[in-house]
Design a protein around this ligand. Structure first.
Ligand code: BT5
Length: 327
């Protein structure tokens, strides 16, 4: 019922609505209305109360509460359930346990803070509480394990499109999964799966986006290599709006992917790529190659023409962009 009171207040867009009207609209007593308003204030909503005018909602909390995230979210699968935690170890780890207990496809788990946020290959993801987006999305695609890497590409495209459409910035994607603005990392993606030999059980896609970090340094992240959306725009950014934009793009691209296969997102990926056509150093698990990135395949592989003329495919690794040699 608290959510219905909130919805009714929201619909008035800051105008007063009387306790009496709320009570008859929702079929509850005026005391019950008052109790729900008190609970909403405790959640961080600013609601003014005046004896003759009633209640007016003037500000929502800067918290990614499920009702804040879901307001106006019109997706088919992604965000069907939104779960929220003020703090957790890692949203990926927690969502993997929820998935093992049967959580539904499309479940999104959001946290304000992670105490052990994970990057790839045992690295860490750092973000001060409340300054970014830290969330994971559960997918249960009918795919073979080898096809899952394509979902990482998909997630990077979704983030890039959302940043472009909701904020007007010009993001780029650095293979495999970094989203950059102005050449610096603003988002990292970590996809993890649980699978049988030939069928995926589930995939958890974890996304970290720097939203209101300003120009603060981050422990363990080299200065000058990362940025934040607010620093790029020169103003504070509505985190919930960015999250909704990402979930909407994910929802659309995921349908496309399931219908048209991984190749259907590769061309979009290429259109945001900061990697294709560039001179790169690729560090695989045991080896390092230098060359020119020529393509990305639907299975997520980066194709590089090495300096000694060989064509190599990389399914994992790190890429450093190198300056073009002088003519
Ligand atoms: C990634 O790894 O970029 C994947 C990051 C995924 C984070 C999300 S947050 C929600 C979900 N739950 C989790 O536990 N994780 C996911 P990688 O490509 O390995 O990059 C990690 C490296 O980026 C670190 O070693 C630092 O150098 C740098 N780094 C750490 N925090 C950063 C930040 N906030 N912004 C930019 N760079 C950062």
């Amino acid at each position: 019922m608290k959510h219905e009171v909130l919805r009714a207040l929201r619909e008035e867009r800051g105008r007063f609505v009387s306790g009496e009207r709320l009570s008859s609209l929702l079929g509850i007593s005026r005391t019950a209305v008052w109790k729900h308003v008190t609970a909403l204030r405790r959640d961080g909503y600013t609601i003014i109360g005046q004896p003759r005018s009633g209640y007016a909602l003037v500000a929502a909390p800067d918290k990614l509460l499920p009702e804040v995230v879901r307001a106006g979210l019109n997706t088919r699968v992604i965000g069907s359930k939104v779960r929220y935690l003020a703090t957790t170890t890692s949203t990926n780890d927690l969502l993997k346990s929820l998935a093992a207990e049967g959580a539904a496809e499309g479940t999104v788990l959001v946290a304000e803070e992670q105490t052990s946020g994970k990057g790839r290959l045992g690295r860490r993801w750092e973000c001060p509480p409340g300054a970014g987006l830290l969330f994971s999305v559960l997918l249960r695609p009918r795919l073979a394990p080898a096809e899952v890497q394509g979902l990482t590409l998909l997630a990077a495209v979704a983030v890039a499109k959302a940043i472009a459409s909701s904020l007007g910035l010009r993001p780029e994607i650095k293979w495999p999964n970094d989203v950059l603005v102005g050449g610096r990392k603003v988002c990292g993606i970590l996809a993890e799966m649980v699978a049988e030999a030939d069928q995926v059980d589930f995939v958890v896609i974890g996304i970290g986006i720097n939203v209101n970090l300003g120009t603060r340094p981050l422990p363990g992240a080299a200065a000058g290599l990362h940025t934040s959306l607010d620093a790029e725009l020169g103003k504070r950014v509505d985190r919930a709006a960015v999250l909704r934009a990402v979930l909407k793009e994910l929802d659309e691209l995921y349908s496309l992917f399931l219908e048209g296969g991984p190749e259907s997102v590769v061309s979009e990926w290429a259109s945001y790529s900061a990697t294709i056509g560039k001179r790169v150093t690729v560090r695989g698990i045991n080896e390092t190659f230098e060359g020119t990135a020529v393509a990305v395949h639907g299975d997520g592989a980066l194709v590089v023409k090495t300096d000694d003329g060989e064509i190599r495919r990389f399914l994992s690794g790190d890429v450093t962009l190198r300056p073009d040699p002088p003519d």
